[in-house]
Ligand binder design. Structure first.
Ligand SMILES: NC(=O)c1ccc[n+]([C@@H]2O[C@H](COP(=O)([O-])OP(=O)(O)OC[C@H]3O[C@@H](n4cnc5c(N)ncnc54)[C@H](O)[C@@H]3O)[C@@H](O)[C@H]2O)c1
Ligand SMILES: [Zn+2]
Ligand SMILES: [Zn+2]
Length: 361
């Protein structure tokens, strides 16, 4: 029996989001219905609302979520009703060329639910990142449910489902930050701060936070930044070189998604160091660099999707580290809100007032 629940939809390009009745089908083969307990508000939800991802309106927004599995369909063995899970957007297929080469974090055929959630008039919804969790319940592929220790608060756990994992993973998976490294992070929003927390966790000796907003730099210190640079009034490349004996940082993480900050990252890196682009650019952005500098400076230029994470490997580990007091995931939750306050949360995000607003159900 399909169920009717409340959920937040984006009805059309730039139209305000609103709470509607959503029809959630019973889980089919390989699917699960999850009772959502908490879901963070991410920039990508705003991009969907603005029509920046695609025009498959109406969207069912929300994708940084944790909750409890309510029911599972035929053939589901990895999760069962009652399991506390974080939802992920990388349910790996195990069969594509990346999976078969032992690099499942690059999986090219990740799973989502096959059935559609709808409005009561039958209009099909497009769930954000195949999740759609600003809703009391949502239908996903069972592989999108990753079991973690239920001792963690759902509002904190859900954040690992997207932006915070992207940042931590940019540092520890893509950037390979290790003990003693010097690291610089450009852009200290939720993703950049998570990269800082990840670098700190991995044993970086120096973690330099760069932003144009002093409030962001203050928070960055609480995440593990050892130095801060306001690039509004200081040249960040020079400042980072100065702080690293004149050489530049071993790993520089760009968490803004703009050509000028990418250029800063490129030149603020030590020879043979690593640049990681985790910020998401827009289609019209272009980058011009002397090819000789790209060659002559060696090292590697990488981009990081979802922190190159493997949810089954990374989520339980990071929740355990948080519960041990070694990863301050709780500091990313600026405020908890209701389902009908998502529009206001977008406003606050736009003004840079929050790291994360989290809808608690
Ligand atoms: N790669 C992924 O898988 C992934 C996942 C989630 C989000 N993202 C992307 O990561 C980026 C950051 O996301 P967020 O949630 O932290 O956003 P945010 O808006 O909270 O943070 C951006 C930060 O950059 C700072 N900033 C802006 N312009 C700057 C400049 N010129 N120099 C230095 N700092 C500057 C802002 O003050 C802010 O603190 C976005 O582009 C987002 O789309 C990527
Ligand atoms: Zn695959
Ligand atoms: Zn997200």
């Amino acid at each position: 029996m399909a169920q009717e629940v409340r959920g937040v939809i984006a009805p059309g390009k730039n139209e305000p989001v609103r709470v509607e009745t959503i029809v959630v089908p019973d889980p089919g083969p390989g699917e699960a219905v999850v009772r959502v307990q908490a879901c963070g508000v991410c920039h990508t939800d705003l991009h969907y609302k603005q029509g920046g991802i695609n025009d498959e309106f109406p969207f069912l927004l929300g994708h940084e979520a944790a909750g409890v599995v309510e029911s599972v369909g035929e053939g589901v063995t990895d999760v069962a009703p009652g399991d506390f899970v974080i939802l992920n957007w990388r349910a790996v297929c195990g069969k594509c060329r990346a999976c078969l080469r032992g690099r499942p974090w690059y999986c090219f055929d990740t799973h989502n639910a096959r059935q559609k959630m709808t409005l009561t008039d039958g209009t099909e919804l497009s769930p954000a990142l195949g999740i759609g969790a600003f809703a009391e319940k949502t239908l996903v592929a069972a592989g999108q449910c990753t079991k973690v220790d239920p001792a963690v608060s759902p509002a904190v756990a859900g954040l690992l489902g997207c932006g915070v994992m992207a940042g931590i993973g940019a540092a520890i998976n893509t950037g390979g930050v290790g003990r003693g490294d010097s690291v610089a992070v450009i852009g200290c929003g939720g993703v950049g701060d998570a990269a800082i927390a990840g670098a700190y966790l991995a044993g970086a000796a120096k973690v330099i936070a760069v932003d144009i907003d002093d409030r962001k730099l203050e928070t960055a210190r609480t995440m593990g930044a050892t130095h801060t640079v306001n690039s509004k009034d200081t040249d960040p490349v020079e400042a980072i070189r100065e702080l690293t004996g004149g050489f530049g940082a071993d790993v520089v993480i760009e968490a803004v998604g703009r050509p000028e900050t990418y250029r800063q990252a490129f030149y603020a890196r030590d020879l043979a160091g690593t640049v990681v682009l985790v910020g998401v650019p827009t289609p019209e952005m272009k980058l011009e660099l002397p090819l000789l500098d790209v060659f002559g400076r060696g090292g590697s230029l990488k981009s990081s999707w979802y922190g190159d994470c493997l949810p089954s490997r990374d989520f339980p580990m990071l929740i355990d580290l948080h519960l041990q007091g070694r990863l301050p995931l709780d500091k990313f939750v600026t405020e908890t809100i209701r389902l009908d306050e998502v529009e206001k949360a977008f406003e606050r995000m736009h003004h840079g007032d929050v790291l994360r607003s989290v809808v608690v159900l």
